[in-house]
Design a protein around this ligand. Sequence first.
Ligand code: NDP
Ligand code: 2IT
Length: 453
Amino acid sequence: MVTVDEKLEPILQEVLRRNAGEHEFHQAIREVLESLGRVIAKHPRYLESSLIERLCEPERQIIFRVPWVDDHGRVQINRGFRVQFNSALGPYKGGIRFHPSVNVGIIKFLGFEQTFKNALTGMPIGGGKGGSDFNPRGRSDGEVMRFCQSFMTELHRHIGEHTDVPAGDIGVGGREIGYMFGQYKRLTNRYEAGVLTGKALFYGGSRARTEATGYGSTYFVQSMLATRQQEFEGRTAVVSGSGNVAIYTVEKVQSFGGKVVAVSDSSGYVVDESGIDLELLKEIKQVRRARISDYVHAKGEGRGAYFVDAEAGSIWDVACEVAMPSATQNELTGKDAKTLISNGVIAVGEGANMPCTPEAVRIFQQAGILFAPGKAANAGGVATSALEMQQNASRDSWTFEQTEARLATIMRNIHDTCAQTADEYGAPGDYVLGANIAGFVKVAQAMDALGII
Ligand code: NDP
Ligand code: 2IT
């Protein structure tokens, strides 16, 4: 049973007290503090100057009203958030999430995780996250545009290429980034390409950014498998979700010779024993913006694909050797972990942020399953965002091959850093500990050097 070191326990208790009810934030903090006992034993100076307490407190939290008018002329009001968590290593950097479940605790957990993730990339970026409880599902393009414009009308005062650089996350893709960039440009009268990443190629986006998170998490799992002389070739995989991260995970796993047999959305999951048809998946999700069950109808009844409603079962009931949870937080429970293990899973790579519950992580690790935590495995997205910022700053545009090669190198380096750090701190193979410690040390060193700010 992992516990928090007794010297860190008061810090945890204070965070729980001061951020009451923010369960996801508590979960993320607890997981990192569980790893830091070994660091403070080796480097007690990190207990000085309340460095860890400062690291757990966002530098700035902005909450604002987002009023907009729907297609029926009715006024709608949402809540907008931007949590600027830590800027010791560079401007705040992290996505924007539009989902009805968004609240300040969720944005804080994401901003906290982002700080360590961004440090692991080795790029000069701090951590932040934003979003709104706006639900884009079923909204027209016009409604989404008006919402994005209203959201940016407030957000624009707080961001900038040297201040804070948002990007996409759940519910925010190329369309939303375009609307937000347009409004930022209009409000500031500046063509400041580096203020947002995830832009389309024709106005300053980077090749391979769209693919980067899913490709990156697949590269990470490939490196993990290689430590046991294993590979994707010939293995079955299950990828939850069917959004940006999931789709490009399916694409990369397939290119490595793996067979993805199931994908999902919040309504349920689809199993296709012959392997998910990637082009059909893209057509359903990216072009039609439809539900995953439509995959079965589009493929044709009796052609080996079937749909299971979310009420009737979990995607993790589907047998596989590699599991890549790529939808949302806490989507894979302890019970799911046990099912996956009894069905023969050998590796789990978190494409989403914190998709496995703490109990699930413990069960995988105790069973000796290769387990890649999200803050390491899904860092390819933000790393490629930083490459987009580089291209914007130099007014350059790299080829797909060049950009993907950089991504592959970055992912290999993150893998090796996590593995070596775990070795160094006496926990070989523990990528959770490796990622938390390596990320923490980078941020802590910078904070230490900058004085008490
Ligand atoms: P998308 O909006 O493109 O896709 C999200 C997918 O997850 C959809 O299939 C969605 O189903 C499903 N999903 C979302 N919320 C829930 C829920 N509460 N229950 C069940 N299913 C849900 O988002 P992304 O692919 O961009 O993000 C997926 C995950 O990856 C998130 O955790 C995000 O933070 C993380 N991530 C994203 C990065 C990026 O570059 N985009 C980078 C690093 C991490 P439905 O359509 O039915 O809601
Ligand atoms: O969680 C994440 O790393 C993202 N949503 C991507 C952030 C970014 O700035 O590209």
